[in-house]
Design a protein around this ligand. Structure first.
Ligand SMILES: [Zn+2]
Length: 387
């Protein structure tokens, strides 16, 4: 039986929404955080470990996979789901963001981008059609439009020109997309931090018609206040029944504020990257496990976390692993950080459903602002106290 791709609302609180994303590869409760599986692996994690954190959907990078091992090889080996052992939904980016970040290694024209591989210098070309075809070869559940995003700050004329080219590319991406039940293609809203340009971009994309809409071009150095004000101006314009995905965001505080502004889906390298550099996310902000104060601390990173690092090991052991440059350190801490992000999203989702989002958000923010709890203090609760 085929499933049509759709987002179904379960509850709402102001502009925040809880729902289910139905896809060909399973149902994902939203709001959801997607771990980044850049080259067909969530760095330092087995897929069983990723599953155990509660992740429902992961992200793959078109740019990396097209260069190595190559999209056609992945297709020949049964698609990305089988190749990386993730039968659940996979969202692939378009390759645009990485290619645009190559700077002098790329040449942009109205038709696409020619660039040199960062691996061996070989020449490649990405166009809206080629990016869409590659994502099809990978068997992406959710295909992203190929777009361009100027670095901020940029003059409004530059942002407008770039956005309009991305909208022309979006129409070409839609033409190239092979529609199948349970699969989706998302248009990407651009326009920098200019509300009128964002509105124009939403009109262009909804005119073409996509299964979902992403908000691109944010979290590129504009700061949280401008990001939130841009979301305030943008998400109300997106059809309510469409899933909304904020690309490349963010810190726990960014996720909370964006869910409050109507976003359903997120991806970010922060929890995985931090996991490789000894930075742990906790209910009370972040810890650097290389810090000497953890050397004899027998407590887990978090008493509320059910990850392997917290249920079986102490902060002192993690500290030791990072000091000794042992590979198990990044493995355990990535597991912990992804567990924290998933737990954060589950808590926010539950609060939307229970109608307690406001109190839950205030409690999360108050906890983040507090210092790490001391060994002689009772650990803080993992849910807000009942008033
Ligand atoms: Zn943990």
């Amino acid at each position: 039986m085929s499933t049509s791709f759709r987002w179904v609302e379960q509850a709402r609180s102001g502009r925040a929404r809880a729902g289910h994303l139905h896809t060909a590869h399973g149902v994902v409760p939203t709001p959801t955080f997607m771990p980044v599986g850049t080259v067909g692996t969530v760095k330092a994690m087995t897929m069983d470990a990723v599953r155990s954190t509660g992740a429902g959907i992961v992200l793959g990078n078109t740019y990396h996979l097209m260069l190595r091992p190559g999209a056609e090889r992945v297709r020949a080996l049964g698609g990305l789901h089988r190749f990386m052992d993730w039968p659940g939904p996979i969202l692939t980016d378009s390759g645009g963001f990485q290619v645009m970040s190559l700077g002098p290694l790329r040449k942009l024209d109205q038709d696409g981008v020619t660039f040199s591989s960062h691996i061996d210098g070989s020449k490649h070309r990405l166009t809206p059609e080629r990016s869409t075809d590659i994502q099809h070869a990978l068997d992406a559940t959710i295909t992203m439009c190929f777009d361009e995003c100027p670095a901020l700050p940029a003059a409004p004329e530059i942002i407008a020109q770039s956005m309009r080219m991305s909208m022309r590319w979006a129409a070409r991406c839609r033409e190239a997309f092979v529609q199948r039940p349970g699969y989706a293609q998302y248009g990407i809203i651009q326009g920098g931090t200019e509300p009128e340009l964002r509105a124009e971009s939403v009109r262009a994309l909804t005119g073409i018609g996509f299964e979902g809409y992403a908000i691109g071009g944010l979290a590129v150095g504009e700061g949280q206040e401008l990001m939130f004000s841009t979301l305030d101006a943008t998400t109300p314009l997106i059809p309510w029944d469409s899933p909304r995905y904020l690309m490349g965001v963010g810190t726990p505080d960014d996720l909370l504020g964006s869910v409050e502004r109507g976003v359903d889906m997120f991806d970010c390298v922060m929890p995985t990257r931090a996991g490789r550099t000894a930075r742990a996310y906790t209910e009370r902000g972040t810890l650097n496990l290389r810090n000497a104060r953890h050397a004899v601390d027998s407590r887990p990173i978090s008493p509320h976390c059910d990850c392997l690092a917290c249920t079986r090991h102490s902060r002192a052991y993690l500290h030791h692993l990072f000091r000794a440059n042992e590979i198990l350190g990044p493995m355990l801490l990535t597991w912990h950080n992804l567990s924290y992000y998933q737990r954060l999203m589950r808590g926010i989702r539950a609060a939307i459903i229970e109608g307690t989002l406001e109190a839950h958000a205030a409690w999360l923010r108050a906890q983040w602002a507090m210092a790490d709890w001391s060994p002689d203090e009772m650990p803080p609760p993992d849910i807000p106290p009942v008033p």
